[in-house]
Design a protein around this ligand. Structure first.
Ligand SMILES: *Cc1c(COP(=O)(O)O)cnc(C)c1O
Length: 372
């Protein structure tokens, strides 16, 4: 991709061509099985991305009223499914949410009892089930952890599902590169599926379809679910579509030595890439020649721990050099903040080989957030 065309810094660059490439394995799954693909927009709800995917996916999956509004606005009245699940469903928002969404998976039995109405419904009601089968070591992103807030314990459903529930939803992993958890989870839930006739089953997100070569096991699974139980099967990937399609371009603002190590201060910070700090992950750099020169890449905020990590270079970047972080497509832009009063990065899009400025933020928007 042509980073030369990015004239300002810091900047997010989203590669729409790569997003369409990421869609290919999902399109072939859909072709082989007839399953439905819905994009989980929380990973990157950028309007241009939603417009790009509209018509290519079967709908969007959302977690809140605002996401539901945005999804419906892009899709139009009849333009596809909008699936919602969240622990945070509010009574005062539910009337609008239930108009916008085609499917709502209640997160708890109590939520379902409080908000579900059998009459005059526009949506199909489901339950998020928690299969209590963990595949994630780090409990911070393990929906199946002890005392989880996400979904109804599957054992509570063994006695029967509430009247009117037509579907089940589960989502249990993050960035998986194989289908082992999916197969095991469906196997564990089979008794529920055998007991209760349902219309649909949503298998959630969390799988990096573009990094899984052999799809046959999943194809077989979906075909069996459809044939044996008459289910409509949904997949709702987020990061799989956009994760590797985003970059954060930054410029070195300052260079000095601290306790014997070289510090490069960047014109960005972990506030533009919050998962670096949240999960203490070191993000990878895009096409940098690795060598003997080492430096610590640090953000420009006041936080001492605002550090990306120690990197090695063939040639030490100088003040004014540009660096590009890779894999910034999911969960970065949408979580970014203007902490310390630093502006949000500009947004550039790559489409059919052309890189163009899509969005720039201004002081007025910063001020507006903070003033009445
Ligand atoms: C976040 C989320 C997704 C998408 O997850 P990815 O890891 O980005 O694929 C799908 N479904 C639910 C319920 C989610 O919370």
């Amino acid at each position: 991709m042509d980073f030369e065309a990015v004239k300002t810094s810091p900047a997010y660059v989203f590669d729409q061509d790569a997003i369409l490439d990421n869609l290919k394995p999902l399109e072939s799954l859909r072709e082989a099985t007839g399953c439905k693909i819905i994009y989980s927009i929380k990973a990157l709800p950028l309007l241009a991305v939603l417009e790009l995917l509209k018509g290519r996916v079967d709908g969007f999956s959302v977690s809140s009223l605002f996401e539901a509004r945005l999804a419906r606005e892009v899709l139009g009245e009849q333009g596809g499914s909008v699936h919602l699940t969240t622990p945070g469903l509010r009574t005062d928002e539910f009337a609008e949410i239930s108009q916008l969404c085609s499917h709502i998976s209640f997160n708890s039995l109590s939520q379902q009892v409080r908000l579900f109405e059998a009459e005059h419904r526009h949506y199909s009601a489901g339950l998020r089930v928690n299969p209590k089968l963990s595949f994630v070591d780090d409990d911070r992103y393990n929906p199946c952890r002890q005392h989880s807030k996400l979904g109804v314990d599957w054992q509570l459903l063994a006695q029967g599902l509430p009247q009117g529930v037509e579907g089940l939803h589960f989502h249990t992993v993050f960035s998986r590169e194989d289908f082992v958890p999916l197969l095991a989870t469906v196997k564990k839930l089979l008794p529920l599926l055998k007991q209760h006739p349902l219309k649909w089953l949503n298998l959630g997100g969390g799988y990096l379809y573009n990094r899984i070569q052999d799809q046959q096991a999943l194809i077989n699974l979906i075909l069996e679910l459809q044939q044996n139980f008459g289910l409509e099967v949904y997949l709702e990937p987020g990061k799989a579509l956009v994760g590797n399609a985003g970059y954060l371009l930054t410029t070195v603002l300052d260079r000095f030595v601290s306790d014997g190590k070289i510090i490069l201060v960047l014109d960005t910070s972990v506030n533009h890439h919050p998962e670096v700090f949240e999960y203490q992950r070191q993000p990878s750099l895009h096409v940098t020649e690795v060598g003997q020169e080492k430096a610590i890449l640090a953000g420009s905020s006041c936080l001492a721990g605002d550090v990306f990590g120690e990197y090695s270079f063939a040639m030490l970047p100088d003040v004014g050099s540009q660096l590009v972080f890779a894999n910034v497509g999911a969960y970065a832009m949408v979580k970014a903040s203007r902490f310390n009063g630093y502006n949000l990065p500009d947004v550039y899009l790559n489409y059919q080989g052309c890189v163009d400025l899509n969005k720039r933020y201004f002081y007025q928007e910063y001020r507006q957030q903070l003033c009445k």
